[in-house]
Ligand binder design. Sequence first.
Ligand code: 4GP
Length: 837
Amino acid sequence: EIAKLPKETLALWEKYGADESDDKESFQKSFIRHVTTTLARSIYNIDNFSAYQATAHSVRDRLIKRWNETQQTHTEVDSKRVYYLSLEFLLGRSLDNALLNLGLKDNYGGGIKELGFTMEDVLEQEVDAALGNGGLGRLAACYMDSLATMDYPAWGYGLRYTYGIFQQRLKDGYQIEFPDYWLNFDNPWELPRLDVVVDVQFCGSVNRYTDEEGHERYAWEGGDTLQAIAYDVPIPGYGTKNCINIRLWSSKPKRQFDLTRFNEGQYEQAVYEQMQAENITAVLYPNDNHMVGKELRLKQQYFWVAASLFDIVRRFKKSEKPWSNFPLQVAIQLNDTHPTLAIVELQRILVDLEGIGWDEAWAIVTQTFAFTNHTILPEAMERWPVPMIQYLLPRHMQIIFDINLFFLQKVEKAIPNNRDLLAKLSIIEESTPQFVRMAHLAIVGSHRVNGVAALHSELIKQTIFKDFIQFYGESKFENKTNGITPRRWLHQANPKLSELITETLGSKNWLKNLDLLKGLKSHVNNKDFRKRWVAAKLSNKVRLADYIQKATGVTVNSNALFDVQVKRIHEYKRQFMNILGVIHRYNTLKKMTSEERACVVHRVVIFGGKAAPGYYIAKLVIKLINSVAEVVNNDNSIEDSLKVVFIPDYNVSVAEIIIPASDISQHISTAGTEASGTSNMKFVLNGGLILGTVDGANIEICEEIGDDNIFMFGNLAHQVDDLRHAHRYRSVPVDPSLQAVINDIESGQFGDSRIFAPLINTLTHGKDYYLISDDFQSYLDTQKLVDESYKDQEGWTTKSIMCSAHMGKFSSDRAIQEYADQIWEIKPVPVMTKKHI
Ligand code: 4GP
């Protein structure tokens, strides 16, 4: 079509097409242009925030150029693409990341200084894109960074929530939630695509009819139609032109006026109903590892899945390849069960709209999808009432019943006369009402199912998906251990250490090949290197101490041991055990003489994390931490040997300050409950040691760094069932140290003890589901070992260096390489530089 344009037009595009160079002067030119035109401000009227906006817009121009070239290349080459469907992308801030990945930081840093600003101040202005809860959403963000960096033709699909995860503030030690209206100021990191609009249907009814060839067909008719509008978020790779896209959908009413209702004077009602449409993408559900069965959440899921599949299918159809090629062109990864309706939607598109026979369609569907499970907690398993699906998505419910019927027929054929097995494997739970088990649907509709760490991938085969192994065997189930991007989590968050590593290894290649960190081992005895390693950690601790002062008003000593537990507050993660340990430490310190205390390692115990707004016990844990902090921090008698802080509103940007500053971090979930954990990897990569249970990725980290460099404790996953069983026969914890701590709380040492009664109750009367009493003594013993080791500062430094040096495996590049080779079967497509036309 371009060929049809007049020569003169083409010449103009060629001459004036955006040519955004990356040098300092070009940046300054575009900065001033954006201040005066985009922001309509002047040199007299520009603050740090406008400087941020102008810088961001200038970077955005350059991103768009790369993003366009990437899309053009992918269209031209038309090789297989992967689509990562995730309800959460926890991206955090973008400016610093884009500057570093594009290699612009030095030029822009110098440029902005001459314009009268500092890069630090400018970067601080950005609000986080917090479209996720925790591990699952941040993993999706790390995977996007790796896909872009490794030149893969990949897309993310998600929702553009108007409100991200709530902001957490503290009042009297309690968490209170505030809405996160992150789009209040303009968001330069998204490209609104008002031209990319998809209709999405809800409710209505299904009509059966016979087509011209005499086949029985189904049509989904009537109901409400909404519109999904695309907002594209460019994700630049590090050191490559590749800049991939996350397409986030926003809901809008369809512009259709029901004239009769307006004529009947029902104006307000008609407008109100239109407004409901915008509610769908209004808010991210703030639950981590937990399902809430709200109808609006199901609507979000279908809205997102329908728009995304329409887009994917439209792109495939452009190539005019036969449908049998679909799985050769398209891989779709389901990030947990949230997008499982995509399986049903694709089957519907193929059978109802494209007229493909059921079996042929089903073969295409199952070869296309793969499914990642992120948790085995029973309360997190998604199940939706059949009547709810029937009402919102009548045709989909029929298809689910058919998928189930054909599946169970196959099971019956392979393993005859086993009604019990059929009931266990069924996609439908036969309760009143019936429920759809989304994980079962995801397994049946995918060619691969994976867990996210070695232990977790074994456990899903032995527990929640055990019965499926009988039918499918083991080969459908595999492991893909999680990873993290070293670009954000070391290079960006810890510039001093990154610089030292680059200088020591002689190049920046380690940022694209993290195994190269092994090269640090031969420098472990080099005095100068060690000195700089320690200095980097100390300066990160000073930076964190400043932040703590600002955020909490508590002054902490940067020479103390920084002991960190930051993650969502959840019973299985056992922040409760940590604070009980702190009480034990505090009362031990109080009993010491001044001379004895002088020999003790000083500690700052740092907590951070959000509790789901409806999670009462988790919120009480926050209150207890703050009550203990209040008493400990104001007790002069212990002479600064212990400080406790709860840093409010933990998010990606705060994590970037905390993680590089940690000496020891805690990953102390009950064995078998934490699928992987990813912050454990971030801490160790930054030379922080970990104190952890034999759970999730801690196990593989231990394998890599060696058990001398990690503090592991507690019961093992295979012991958990028996221990829980034994609890039924006791009313109080068996552990005397734990009982003593409980007595301290009950005595009112930390305020009105009645407040904490429900929390204490979780430990007593045959409960203690998370086995705090069983692990407490070994936890305390191991904490003592940590203190002893820290006294030997030289030994600690050696451990710290050895930790980072062995973290190559945990790069998200390794994880993505495995997904690409073993599940998606996609190849890199290097971006070709294009002209403007
Ligand atoms: C999390 C798991 O709890 C965590 O262990 C894992 O590292 C992370 O997924 C990424 O795989 N799960 C969730 C969730 O966030 O909501 O299920």
